[in-house]
Design a protein. Structure first.
Length: 366
């Protein structure tokens, strides 16, 4: 049997430990991509592994119709960072976004959802409808009706398009897939004000930016409280999870998830948040944030442990050399190198990463 492969030829990884992964030939790499922002506490984290072992001997799945201590433990940990009345658990970021879209339409009774140019919200049909890039969408049309895109960080267009027919506006505080593009403060505030004025809901997509920028939610840097929050990726450090938060209830039978909120994922997610809280990792991000300097870099943008380096030419010239130097990074488009390392990595290792990346790109650029 062959895997349905949508990627180019890949290296075969066989193990991970902390900030590192190894391929089948025994080569070690600093993992500055972490499964596209997933292994937020690194690989084979001993504190999490123990929780996985213990929980696997107790209860792995219970079904969403049952309560269990592990889910309550996770909710208790979430409440250290955000204050919402309701939470819906699923299995991925795109599922969290799907739930957010459905909840917004149900709550407002409105079809119109506004998203942003360059946005990425997932690949299932609802979240794909909110995603911008046509290469992701064209082969799967028709997508959902009611979605419109406005220019990111353009307050004047926002004022024109967010109206009484709008059910929700969905946006990333930092557009990750687009190359770590931060929202402008006045844009975020304008969008929030417009949503309140017109009875629309603001959906905050924190699937990639959550816990990576020096705040639990990246939107907290802007002093704005969204109506709905979607999270995933690093929330359970590799165990599939999605989370949708809001302040209104969804009637029974209107949405569901067979595996969502299972005891195993809940226990691991609670353990992740406990480690983050105890070690004050979110607060420490600002101290060891990635910084790069090179004539080959046009601009470094993003926040904390979520950075993108805009290169003067195609990343194809740099990625193989970074791999040879023992670094796995990501790409956005054809000119941006993306960095999403573990947030518990030491300052010494981040310094090594910065120094090695600068040496590699300078050598390639010469």
């Amino acid at each position: 049997m062959k895997e349905v492969s949508v990627y180019n030829k890949r290296m075969k990884l066989v193990k991970g430990e902390g900030a590192y992964v190894w391929d089948e030939e025994g080569n070690r790499y600093f993992d500055a991509l972490t499964g596209i922002g997933v292994a937020i506490l690194g690989h084979n984290n001993k504190k999490l592994v123990e929780q996985m072992k213990d929980q696997s001997k107790k209860l792995v799945v219970a079904g969403p119709m049952f309560a269990h201590n592990e889910k309550e433990e996770f909710f208790d940990q979430i409440e250290h960072y955000v204050d919402y009345d309701y939470a819906f658990m699923s299995n991925s970021g795109t599922e969290a976004v799907e739930a957010a879209i459905k909840f917004a339409r149900h709550e407002t009774g409105r079809e119109k959802i506004i998203s942003m140019t360059n946005a990425f919200h997932g690949r299932t049909l609802g979240s794909l409808s909110a995603t911008w890039k046509k290469e992701y969408k064209d082969d799967f049309k028709p997508l959902l009706d009611g979605f419109e895109h406005i220019p990111f960080n353009n307050t004047e267009v926002a004022k024109e398009e967010i109206d009484e027919e709008t059910g929700a506006v969905i946006m990333e505080p930092i557009q990750g897939q687009a190359g770590m593009i931060p929202a402008e403060p006045d844009f975020v505030q304008t969008v929030k004000d417009l949503c309140e004025d017109h009875g629309a809901l603001l959906i905050d997509d924190e699937v990639q930016s959550g816990m990576r920028t020096g705040k639990f939610l990246a939107i907290q840097h802007y002093g704005v409280e969204p109506d709905i929050v979607a999270m995933g990726k690093g929330l359970a450090n590799g165990v599939p999870i999605g989370l949708t938060l809001c302040d209104f209830d969804i009637p029974k039978g209107k949405h569901g998830s067979t595996f969502g909120g299972n005891p195993f994922a809940s226990k691991v997610a609670a353990a992740v948040l406990k480690v983050i809280k105890k070690e004050k990792l979110i607060e420490k991000i600002t101290e060891i944030s990635i910084n790069l300097e090179s004539e080959q870099i046009i601009k470094l943008r993003g926040k904390g442990m979520m950075k993108g380096a805009i290169m003067g030419d195609t990343v194809d010239n740099y990625m193989p050399k970074l791999q040879e130097a023992g670094i796995i990074a990501g790409v956005s488009g054809n000119r941006i190198i993306r960095f999403l390392p573990p947030i518990n990595v030491t300052e010494k290792k981040i310094s090594w990463l910065e120094r090695t990346v600068e040496e590699v790109i300078d050598d390639v650029g010469d």
